[in-house]
Design a protein around this ligand. Structure first.
Ligand code: SF4
Length: 249
């Protein structure tokens, strides 16, 4: 349970962060941390954060969840980004046994069957690997923005993640898509070519489609589900502590 004291500290921290540039935010957040981790999906926001981290907080570990179902373009971008910035992006892969159990039970594309099967796949390919990526971390940096979807409209700059026992920071929380694109342009940040083909938000290949004019940025994710709040669980409070029924052994 988050204490009232933590809430107060988070509010003060958010006010401090709001007044800073992106580089200052990252240096401030990572300063004095023993194990700061940035999880990148190689999306536009995450590419901006990678570029800014290299300059402002090079000690932060950069990791990606290599789910096994990523677009080829995303895989290529991991290598391209490493080469451009002279960094290593740690690939965290699903546990082989858990993945085999999931595939035996639901099939390789079982996520289309229903939301339970979909969440079970996200658990095995993303959530459980994320837990390993964040083991021992004291800071988790992510690229969430308030403008990405209605569901993310109140994303904070920083909050205590009680499930994982760390501070979670979203240094781009108040950036709009135009600011992100301007940074990419100005800094020559490598980006996924799929963005230019109508994919503002890119996840696993079978669960991502291009969006139509007027749709929100995340409308192409799990488009067959009706729930407007659909998320994979990586950024859902409480999801870390739960194993979906259909992912249980
Ligand atoms: S996004 Fe799709 S393929 Fe990827 S982990 Fe979730 S359900 Fe599985």
């Amino acid at each position: 349970m988050q204490s009232a004291d933590t809430n107060i500290r988070d509010r003060a921290l958010a006010a401090d962060l709001e007044a800073m540039s992106l580089g200052e935010r990252l240096a401030f957040l990572a300063g004095g941390r023993k194990n700061a981790v940035f999880t990148t999906s190689l999306g536009l926001e995450d590419q901006v954060l990678t570029a800014a981290l290299v300059a402002a907080a090079p000690g932060v570990r950069i990791v990606t969840l290599e789910t096994g179902r990523l677009f080829d373009e995303t895989i290529d971008l991991i290598e391209q980004t490493e080469a451009k910035y002279g960094i290593t992006i740690e690939r965290i892969r699903p546990d082989e046994q858990k993945l085999a159990d999931y595939v035996n039970r639901h099939g390789m594309n079982g996520f289309y069957e229903g939301i339970e099967a979909r969440k079970a796949c996200c658990f095995v390919r993303k959530l459980e690997p994320l837990a390993r990526a964040l083991e021992g971390a004291d800071l988790w940096i992510a690229g969430l923005r308030r403008g990405q979807s209605a569901n993310r409209s109140d994303v904070p700059f920083a909050e205590y993640d009680a499930d994982r026992g760390l501070l979670k920071a979203n240094p781009l929380a108040d950036w709009d898509i135009e600011a992100v694109q301007a940074y990419v342009e100005a800094e020559g940040v490598p980006v996924n070519p799929l963005h230019a083909r109508g994919y503002p938000s890119i996840g696993c290949e079978p669960c991502t489609r291009a969006i139509k004019p007027g749709e929100d940025e995340r409308a192409g994710r799990w488009w067959w589900e009706n729930d407007q709040k659909r998320e994979c669980g990586l950024h859902v409070v409480g999801a870390a502590a739960q194993t979906p029924i259909s992912a249980q052994p």
